[in-house]
Design a protein around this ligand. Structure first.
Ligand SMILES: NC(=O)c1ccc[n+]([C@@H]2O[C@H](COP(=O)([O-])OP(=O)(O)OC[C@H]3O[C@@H](n4cnc5c(N)ncnc54)[C@H](OP(=O)(O)O)[C@@H]3O)[C@@H](O)[C@H]2O)c1
Length: 438
């Protein structure tokens, strides 16, 4: 049997401790599958005294993960610390410089420094594996990098943040407010104490940036993503969506268009009957649309110790099975030096259907004024729904919901600005993009 593969784990939190447990509990099976043993020979975390729920006494302890990366007797360095700078970046860099294979679950690091790190890995002839960084346990990186050879991706989109999907699912199922669902997500440990990163879409954007690079062979451009979170979504939107045959999901979407690549993260209406609309709670899903395959949807657990560890261990097993000169290709599907500059499509040229919800004074002429603004901007309407809301603050109000046929972002913004200027609105207008989904 080949020599054991020696791994060092930096970070023994939710994911790191789970990885150590899976490597221990599934050791015999992994040895059979890989043809060699996988042994944890070194570990690092901040607190040496904390019980990690797994016996790590056989592994050498390092207070400093950079020292572990450079000096430990390891073949593979596993980074499970997190963060796009500081210790995580420094130790991944040090491991690659020292010619060690690296496995990481760190989307923030890859979204910011992925291309530079890939260049080092490829120069050194080592692997940089990151399956767990996008959609946790779902094997989307492997699918895109290895199983779809020859396919040209036209669009990739997904539910990439379990916290947001949990909140939107409960808002719809139980008629609760955004705030109530967020508080429950925090109580159940699905959301951080400061949930901004999740609910404002940044976490989704990091994962989308990685998928975009894999899909289109472009450099990672995490700063060029149009971003809108879910904190403005109300029960009125959820109910109106349901009435019109849609469900609201926070999607990350990357799409090739004539003017470049669109990358956007925003609340999105998807048809209730579509497969992605059936993805509930903390579950994640990624849809990949290609010229040869059509649309593929992968769904499953996007976070949590075990699910994420499953992806990390899969990456380690790939390294255990790889032989020099027979590895599974470049980090982002093509050599890092050949990744094209990212060509950004302007958001204002985005083409699609739109849902527009307007709360207006209930008086004669208002609807005609709205219809004129739409027509002036060449927006054709697929459906119109009106509800009387009763009287508030002495004025009668109504809700007007418009669903447009395909139009552009620029036209919708201009039309809604016009409606706002007309002075008929009693509340902020709500605009939600509609995404085609099978
Ligand atoms: N949790 C998930 O469900 C999930 C899913 C997908 C991807 N990820 C990614 O996986 C990574 C780890 O996440 P996590 O949830 O496991 O985080 P976590 O529970 O906060 O664990 C972080 C670990 O890093 C250690 N650490 C922090 N700073 C360090 C330093 N300077 N030197 C050495 N060790 C240090 C901590 O040590 P102490 O324990 O001693 O404090 C802790 O063990 C992140 O990149 C995250 O984005 C997580």
């Amino acid at each position: 049997m080949a020599e054991a593969l020696r791994v060092g784990i930096a970070g023994l939190g939710t994911v790191g401790a789970s990885v150590a447990r899976v490597l221990r509990d599934k050791g015999a099976e992994l040895t059979r599958q890989c043809g060699r043993e996988i042994v944890v020979t070194a570990v690092s975390a901040r607190d040496r005294t904390r019980d990690r729920g797994v016996d790590l006494s056989g592994a050498q302890w390092f207070d400093d993960p950079i020292e572990l990366a450079e000096k430990a007797d390891i073949d593979v360095f596993i980074e499970l610390i997190g963060g796009d700078e500081g210790a995580a970046r420094a130790c991944v860099r040090a491991a690659l410089d020292a010619g060690r294979h690296v496995v990481t679950a760190n989307k923030a690091l890859l979204a910011k420094h992925g291309v530079a790190l890939a260049e080092i890995a490829e120069k050194k002839g080592v692997l940089l594996n990151y399956e767990a960084a996008v959609a946790g346990g779902i094997p989307v990186i492997k699918t895109m990098r290895e199983a779809m050879a020859g396919n040209s991706v036209t669009r990739v989109f997904g539910i990439l943040n379990g916290t947001c999907n949990y909140i939107l699912t409960r808002m719809e199922a139980e008629g609760l407010t955004f705030e109530a669902c967020l508080a429950d997500a925090q109580r159940l440990g699905y959301a951080e104490a400061d949930p901004t990163f999740d609910i404002e879409g940044n976490d989704t954007a990091h994962k989308l940036a990685i998928l975009t690079s894999l899909a289109f062979g472009s450099k990672i451009a995490a700063d060029d993503i149009y971003l809108e979170g879910i904190s403005n979504i109300t029960q009125a939107d959820i109910r109106a969506a349901a009435e019109l045959g849609y469900r609201i999901k926070l999607l990350g979407v990357a799409q090739r268009t004539e003017s470049g690549i669109e990358q956007r993260v925003h609340p999105t209406m998807v048809p209730t009957a579509s497969v992605i609309a059936q993805v509930h709670g903390v579950t994640n899903a990624v849809a990949i649309e290609t010229d040869i395959l059509g649309e593929l949807l992968l769904s499953g657990p996007g976070a949590g110790g075990n699910a994420t560890a499953s992806a990390v261990v899969g990456d380690i097993a790939d390294i255990a099975k790889s032989r020099p000169g027979f590895q599974h290709g470049p980090v982002f599907g093509r050599p890092a030096k050949e990744l094209k500059p990212y060509k950004k499509a302007q958001m204002r040229s985005h083409a699609g259907g739109y849902f527009i919800r307007l709360t207006v004074h209930d008086r004669i002429g208002v609807f005609a004024a709205i219809a004129k603004r739409m027509a002036d901007n060449d927006i054709s309407l697929e459906s119109i729904v009106q509800h009387a809301n009763g009287t508030e603050g002495g004025t009668a109000q109504k809700t007007v919901i418009l669903v447009t046929h395909e139009t552009t972002e620029a036209a919708v913004r201009k039309a809604v600005d016009g409606v706002t200027k007309d002075g008929h609105l009693t509340d902020k207008p709500q605009v939600i993009r509609i995404e085609r989904a099978g």
